[in-house]
Design a protein around this ligand. Structure first.
Ligand code: UDX
Length: 437
């Protein structure tokens, strides 16, 4: 099938490559000429494991091309909308200008039986509004909302092997004419047993925001427990292990630490609250304000703990922050708690060096005032304290004995609770975790 993918960021670039891998003929379209040039040369404009290899593989088949010209969407049976929906400046709501521009840019190139498929995370009600716009231009075209659940760092496998597919169609009916077409698009994952649910438009939009809100709530729940553990002298990691053994609760997403960040969870829960307010249902989501507050409190707590670790003063202290990305296996620094903590420490008089295996370039663009050093050995040199804030595998495996000779003082704050506290203490380090005695 011929498909177009409009928007080639974290979502769209992966989606385009994966659609070609599934056997379709794909054109990826983006307004950013630099991004398109990179992708056309089979280079990923951001770090995502396996993406570059996949780009090379599918480009060799001739089934994947990239373009800045929307007219190249003409002739595709299915058009995926994969553009970003960032938080509006100074407001909680989602900025839909990219989605609106993508749809209006596509209108002149639609043919009567085409299907427009929204994948971006949008406020509930957007699909119905866009569907009406599309129908005004071309009554035969249908719009389906098909939310994407991929995680950065696992985006390729999450797209090729999703845990579910949701098709939101206008009438919510299993007989909708778009369903066999989408089933053909996702033929391989469906044949492999991926469950597929057909819903109406608003349910499909809400599935995505509800899922992200649940995940954010789970993380803030365990971080609230971490606050209690700190007050009571208990260990949140053991608490999470024990409650996680109840399979109604589950151990996943119960890692207490510096909290969630990234381009999705923080802005999605805020946009969800804003939309609930517009719908007159704001009371239903007031708990998300608390989820957000607990999450932001972790960052302040780490700054305070670092001050304690440095005997009450941050002034002039050399602090090395290990990790800038919002999570490992990503170079994404959008709303990264690690970087936000690094910047706060710097503002309070510490001399901060940030290290990260992949995210230094993006971090330096966002916070040029921080000092960056990719080489861990150089980054920790003469440090008064180390802060592990993104749990990259190479940081988890650091040797406390070898590192002990490089730093000025053996102090470490484990912001992700991933180090073996006993091992670090045995090597002469003052170890602090979050929510651990
Ligand atoms: C999330 C959703 O998981 C995904 O389904 C959706 O499509 C997009 O948003 P992503 O932003 O890639 O994906 O990251 P995710 O793995 O969910 O992690 C989000 C944040 O939560 C990270 O900062 C991570 O470090 C943090 N986290 C996660 C915790 O602090 N504790 C945990 O136990 C799990």
């Amino acid at each position: 099938m011929r498909v177009s993918v409009i928007g080639c960021g974290y979502l769209g670039a992966v989606h385009a490559a994966c659609m070609a891998k599934l056997g379709h003929e794909v054109v990826g379209i983006d307004v950013d000429a630099e991004k398109i040039a990179e992708l056309s040369a089979a280079r990923a404009p951001f770090y995502e494991p396996g993406l570059e290899e996949l780009l090379r593989e599918v480009q060799d088949t001739g089934r994947l091309m990239f373009s800045t010209d929307m007219s190249d969407a003409h002739g595709s049976a299915v058009h995926f909308i994969c553009v970003g929906t960032p938080q509006k400046k100074g407001e909680n709501g989602a900025d839909l200008s990219f989605v609106d521009a993508a749809v209006s840019g596509l209108l002149p190139f639609l043919s009567p039986q085409d299907i427009v498929v929204g994948k971006s995370t949008v406020p509930v009600g957007t699909a119905a509004r866009l569907s009406a716009i599309v129908k005004t231009q071309e009554p035969g075209v249908d719009l389906v909302w098909n939310p994407e659940f991929l995680r950065e760092g696992h985006a390729v496998s999450d797209t090729l092997h999703p845990d579910r597919l949701v098709y939101g169609v206008a009438d919510g009916s299993e007989d909708h004419r778009t369903i066999p077409v989408l089933d053909a698009v996702y033929g391989k994952p469906l044949a492999a047993g991926t469950p597929r649910l057909v819903t109406d438009h608003p349910t499909a939009e809400l599935v995505k925001t509800a899922a992200n809100s649940f995940l954010a709530t789970k993380i803030s729940f365990i971080n609230a427990m971490a606050e209690l553990c700190e007050a009571a002298g208990a260990d949140v990691t053991r608490l999470a292990d024990a409650i996680g053994m109840d399979d109604r609760i589950g151990r996943k997403f119960l890692n207490a630490g510096i909290g969630f960040g990234g381009g999705c969870l923080p802005k999605d829960i805020r946009a969800f609250m804003a939309r609930a307010g517009e719908l007159g249902a704001d009371q239903a989501l007031t708990f998300l304000r608390e989820v957000d507050a607990i999450n932001m409190r972790r960052r302040t707590r780490v700054v305070e703990l670092t001050r304690e670790l440095c005997e009450g003063s941050l002034l002039g202290k050399r602090i090395t922050v290990l990790g800038a990305a919002f999570k490992p296996e990503s170079d994404d620094v959008r709303d990264s708690p690690a970087l936000s903590i690094a910047a706060q420490l710097q503002l309070q008089g510490a001399v901060v060096t940030v290290s990260d295996p992949k995210a230094i370039k993006n971090a330096a663009t966002r916070f040029p005032e921080l000092h960056y050093q990719a080489d861990v050995e150089l980054a920790v040199d003469r440090a008064d304290a180390l802060l592990l804030l993104t749990e990259w595998e190479e940081y988890r495996e650091l040797d406390p004995y070898a590192l002990g000779d490089s730093v000025a003082t053996r102090r470490i704050l484990d912001g992700r609770n991933v180090l073996d506290a006993a091992k670090w203490r045995a090597a002469g380090w003052t170890y602090r975790g979050l929510g651990r005695p």
